[in-house]
Design a binder for this molecule. Structure first.
Ligand SMILES: *[C@@H]1O[C@H](CO)[C@@H](O)[C@H](O)[C@H]1NC(C)=O
Ligand SMILES: *[C@@H]1O[C@H](CO)[C@@H](O)[C@H](O)[C@H]1NC(C)=O
Length: 436
């Protein structure tokens, strides 16, 4: 009834303003038998012969990609959907009606095909559909709706964050079969992509690659079902993830490699490595927030993180082992082995210093004739010798621990080799393939 009231208003408007009654919308509405409520136009598919097929053209334009939710596997987008079809009863000659070539009439007055989207998971309130239909003189009826669409889309996160997602928007009719309704896209793929790329406002972290349309005829039991499938291909912009996650992790790995050059005998090396391990676990926590646990295959980024964590963990274990071996050797050498080389060196130093002492004694004799001074010098010399010996003993110990050094060196070579092989593997499988 609201529709009729709008019509009456339209008609009165037309009557008041139009001098020539032929120029009013009312005449046209009368001519089309729309001025009285007509069940014929709303109830049935608008064809004169029932065997005539109605073609519905579906035109989808993408205004924005609002969100891609990895956890719930949905794509939120902003779309405009345009459907058009021919109503055989609504045709007129524009010349007869002062050149009126299009007419907007309430949607409730005409038959509308029951087309829906299979992937649509949004609530109906997010659709803003025009209350009017546009009818043109050749019988084409056009319905336009805009929608904040939440559609289901199976996301593959294997290559995250270098991933490309393909999401389908599949349109079909709830009830009609192939004989009565044919669906069709209204533009070709390149035009679609171009227009959408041009009108797209929000893309978030995604870049639109393609928007393709395919028309498929499915055979479900005896019925042929006709569907139109729009496929949107989007690629993630990976820069932020590279800067925030991948590069810092690589940096931590490099730091861990560099820590092999810290002197092992001090506990610093071990605590440094443990700090690196802790930093990696913080990054792991961030990653866990990002990726869903729904994946069947481990995404490459998770492999990368876990492998780096394991490598650093192993290197922490190794430096513990080296420290242990060093302690054992120190213990062993203080108990059983004599630090031979150190003694030889000290003796050498001894001679040197004795020579020096002699020189100094001669000098001292010429300068001051104090026997107490000579005694004092000798005492000091003894003290210095003892201190030197102690210091030498302490310094020589690590170079004695040949087993620890050997373990450390061999491990370092293996470690470096493993890291290089691993990083190459990651690069080829993950980054190179993603951009190939
Ligand atoms: C409108 O209805 C009349 C009779 O009810 C019919 O003769 C005429 O053809 C109809 N006009 C259109 C455009 O269908
Ligand atoms: C989209 O449709 C194609 C063709 O049926 C199918 O192979 C593909 O898996 C679908 N994509 C998604 C994300 O469902």
């Amino acid at each position: 009834m609201a529709a009729l009231r709008i019509l009456a208003f339209l008609a009165s408007l037309a009557l008041c303003s139009g001098q020539n009654s032929d120029c009013s919308y009312l005449t046209l509405l009368d001519h089309l038998n729309l001025s009285s409520s007509q069940i014929m136009l709303t109830a049935m598919r608008p064809v004169k012969d029932w065997r005539t097929n109605t073609t519905v053209k579906i035109d989808l334009l993408l205004y924005g990609i609002l969100q891609v939710d990895e956890k719930s596997q949905t794509l939120t987008s902003h779309i405009s959907l345009e459907m058009s079809w021919i109503n055989e009863f609504l045709m007129w000659e524009p010349e007869q009606f002062c050149g009126i070539s299009t007419l907007q009439i309430p949607a409730s007055m005409l038959w509308i095909p029951d087309i829906s989207m299979k992937e649509d998971a949004s609530d109906t309130s997010s659709i803003s559909s025009s209350p009017l239909l546009a009818v043109s003189s050749d019988g084409w009826v056009k319905k336009v709706a805009r929608q904040r669409l939440i559609s289901t889309c199976k996301l593959s996160l294997n290559l995250f964050p270098f991933d490309t997602q393909r999401c389908n928007f599949t349109f079909n009719s709830y009830t009609a079969d192939d004989h009565s309704l044919t669906l069709d896209g209204s533009r070709n793929n390149s035009a679609l992509t171009m227009i959408s790329a041009h009108i797209m406002v929000t893309k978030g972290e995604w870049a639109l690659r393609h928007l393709d349309v395919t028309v498929v005829s499915l055979n479900i039991s005896e019925n042929h079902e006709n569907i139109v499938r729009y496929t949107v291909t989007i690629r993630r912009k990976p820069l932020l993830y590279v800067v925030n996650l991948i590069v810092p992790l690589l940096y931590l790995l490099v730091l861990d490699v560099a820590s092999f050059f810290i002197h092992a005998s001090k506990g610093e090396k071990l605590s440094f490595k443990i700090t690196v391990l802790l930093s990696i676990s913080v990054l792991l926590l961030i990653l866990q927030d990002m990726l869903p646990s729904t994946e069947d295959i481990l995404p490459y980024i998770a492999t990368y993180f876990v492998a780096v964590f394991a490598l650093v963990g192993i290197s922490v274990l190794e430096s513990m082992l080296v420290l242990f071996v060093m302690d054992m050797e120190a213990y062993c050498s203080s108990k059983f082995c004599k630090p031979v080389e150190a003694e030889v060196e000290i003796q050498l130093h001894d001679h040197e210093s004795e020579d020096k002492v002699q020189v100094e004694q001669q000098k001292g004799a010429s300068q001051a004739d104090a026997p107490g001074g000579r005694q004092l010098l000798k005492q000091i010399l003894q003290e210095v010798k003892v201190v030197r010996q102690m210091a030498a003993n302490q310094e020589q110990k690590p170079s004695h621990c040949s087993l620890a050094v050997l373990i450390d060196s061999v491990f370092f070579v293996f470690y470096l080799f493993t890291i290089i092989v691993f990083l190459t593997y990651m690069y080829i499988n993950w980054i190179y393939l993603a951009f190939a």
